[in-house]
Ligand binder design. Structure first.
Ligand SMILES: [Zn+2]
Length: 141
């Protein structure tokens, strides 16, 4: 799979490829119920990728326990991997986070995260797939 290319598919194609839950979150900007997703409580080392297109988005090194019920990260792997959009739905001013490659909805970003960024990427488990770090690989400095 080459990187940098945008992924554009019809809603029909997405519907075929994604599970109903993934489709609802990624394509219809749904939100999974807190504490129900696969990854909110995961502490395993590895990499989280977009469930829509496979682009790598977050590392377990930046995941932290926020107790909000969704996987939370204080930074993305690379700032080009995610895109931000103002979201004024539900009567709230929030910033939506999407995958920069396929446009899939991931979650929202808030300003109450830990240092060094102070950001909290609040991401739906349904929009992520997790790949465990290879055994024996050393943690990043
Ligand atoms: Zn994607």
């Amino acid at each position: 799979m080459s990187t940098g290319e945008k992924v554009a598919k019809s809603e029909e194609e997405w519907k075929k490829e994604l599970s109903p839950e993934q489709y609802q979150v990624l394509r219809e900007k749904g939100t999974e119920r807190p504490f129900t997703g696969k990854y909110w409580d995961s502490k395993e080392r590895g990499t989280y990728s977009c469930a829509g297109c496979g682009q790598e988005l977050f590392e377990s090194d930046t995941k932290f326990e926020s107790f909000c019920g969704w996987p939370s990260f204080w930074d993305a792997i690379d700032k080009t991997k995610v895109a931000y959009h103002e979201d004024n739905s539900l009567g709230m001013r929030r910033v939506e986070v999407t995958c920069s490659r396929c446009g899939g909805h991931l979650g929202h970003i808030f300003d109450d995260g830990p240092r060094p960024t102070g950001k909290r990427f609040c991401i739906n488990s349904a929009s992520l797939t997790f790949k465990p770090a290879e055994a024996g690989s050393s943690p990043k400095p």
